[in-house]
Every structure is written in C-alpha cells, then in structure tokens.
Design a protein around this ligand. Structure first.
Ligand SMILES: C[S@@+](CC[C@H](N)C(=O)[O-])C[C@H]1O[C@@H](n2cnc3c(N)ncnc32)[C@H](O)[C@@H]1O
Length: 226
C-alpha cells in the first residue's frame, strides 16, 4: 500500500506551516469544528481520525475539560509531533497508528471528528462503508464532525474552486510550477467526493441533523448525530 505522497506530508516537522499555506481556510475549519461540537455534560470520549499533528484534538481539549481524545493516524511521524504538541494534555489523549484504508474502527465514542483526511478514501462506496463504521462507533446521540475537501456539483464549479485554491497558494509565496505539480500529484493520491452526495449518504445511513456548518469553495465542515 503506497502512502500519501502529497508534499505537505513529506516533512512532518514542516506540516503545521505548510498546511496553512496550502489550505485556504484551514483556521476557519478548525474553528468551525470546535464551535460545532456539543458534548453531554459527563466525561466524554472522542476519536480524531487522521489526527496529524493534533490541531483538531488540541482545539477540543482546550475547550472541553471533560473530554478525552483517541487520535488515529497512519503516520507515526505525525503522531510523534502530535504528542509533543499536546504535552500539556498528557493523560487526556491516547494515540494509535491506524490506516483507515485497511483497518476498521472499533470502540465507543461520544464524538468522532476528522479534518482533511476522509478524502483519502476512494469513491463513494468506500466512503459509505467508512461512515457506517463511524456510526457503529458512536454512542446514541453521539456526534460526527467532518471537515474535508469536497467536490462541487459540476465541473464548472470544480474548475473555479481549483483556480481559487491555486491563487491562494501562489499569493502565499509558492512557486506557480510547484503549485501545478502539487495539484497534479494530489489527483493521484486524493479522492474528494461531492459534498451533497456525502450528505445524502450520511442521511441514508440514519445520521440525524446533518448540516454543513462551514463552506468556502471546496472546503467545508459537515456535522451530524447518531
Ligand atoms: C491534511 S492532514 C490533516 C491533519 C489534521 N486532521 C489537521 O486538521 O491538521 C491529513 C492526515 O491524514 C493522515 N492520513 C492520510 N491517509 C491516511 C490513512 N489512510 N489512514 C490514516 N491516516 C491517514 C495523514 O498522515 C495526515 O496526518
């Protein structure tokens, strides 16, 4: 199984800077995720899928004292940086190396969250199976919050999204040729699917209160509840 070759993963120590120069609304997505989490008052468990260097988990642990997080990622290097970054929260998080393409999720969580990771799962059928797996890991009333890169409803919109995305990267100092290469490479290893199709699938599975709480061009945050 080949790992993701996208350059933002190649040097995990550079990730936190690179992701902010690459994803136009990264900070807004983190904020929308943290704002949209509503937890029961008792001690809660959350799962962060594709946790990376821990930005989502950190935002949630800061905000919710009664939350503990389980962080999954297939990159031990990313999880190493996550552990350094979450040093102040020792005892409130655990990490597991886990490849979402080959292992199913298990456990019982009040919250499942994932930012910018589910587009690594190919196609809508595999995403449906993954969402069903997430459903099986949620407590009744538990929340699933998904930030991701989505496709639009037609190629015109997707073309515009990509143009705006590249403009953002170039404005942030990237070389235009590098930006072109990066987008070409991403198409080989990343599999975004239409937002509307994924919302429909979540509803078909039985998720309640499905809503898109943030969207800017091809990036968005979807929330729902079991
Ligand atoms: C764009 S980063 C996002 C990291 C973090 N969620 C954030 O918002 O900063 C995507 C993360 O997904 C992880 N990832 C990619 N493919 C994966 C897979 N098949 N299984 C588990 N993690 C994966 C990468 O290692 C990376 O840490």
């Amino acid at each position: 199984m080949t790992k993701n070759k996208s350059y933002i993963y190649q040097n995990p120590t550079e990730f936190d800077g690179a992701i902010r120069r690459t994803i136009p609304c990264y900070e807004e997505m983190l904020e929308a995720i943290a704002d949209s989490v509503f937890l029961p008052p008792h001690r809660c468990r959350g799962l962060d899928i594709g946790a990376g260097t821990g930005a989502v988990t950190k935002a949630l642990l800061k905000r919710y004292d009664h939350l503990c997080m389980h962080c999954l990622d297939f990159s031990t290097e990313m999880l190493g940086i996550l552990s350094d970054s979450l040093a102040e929260f020792v005892g409130r998080y655990e990490i597991t190396t886990h490849d979402i393409r080959v292992r199913t999720l298990s456990g019982s969580y009040d919250l499942v969250v994932s930012n910018l990771s589910i587009h690594h799962i190919k196609g809508l059928d595999e995403k449906r199976a993954f969402f069903e797996n997430i459903w099986s890991c949620l407590t009744s009333g538990g929340q699933f919050v998904m930030g991701d890169w989505f496709l639009g409803a037609n190629p015109d919109l997707d073309g515009m999204y990509e143009t705006r995305w590249k403009e953002f990267e170039i404005l942030n100092g990237k070389d235009p040729d590098d930006v072109e290469n990066h987008h070409r490479e991403m198409k080989k290893v990343d599999f975004p699917s239409p937002l509307v199709s994924q919302i429909q699938i979540l509803q078909q599975i039985g998720f309640q209160d499905v809503d898109c709480v943030f969207k800017k061009y091809n990036f968005g945050v979807v929330v729902c509840r079991r």
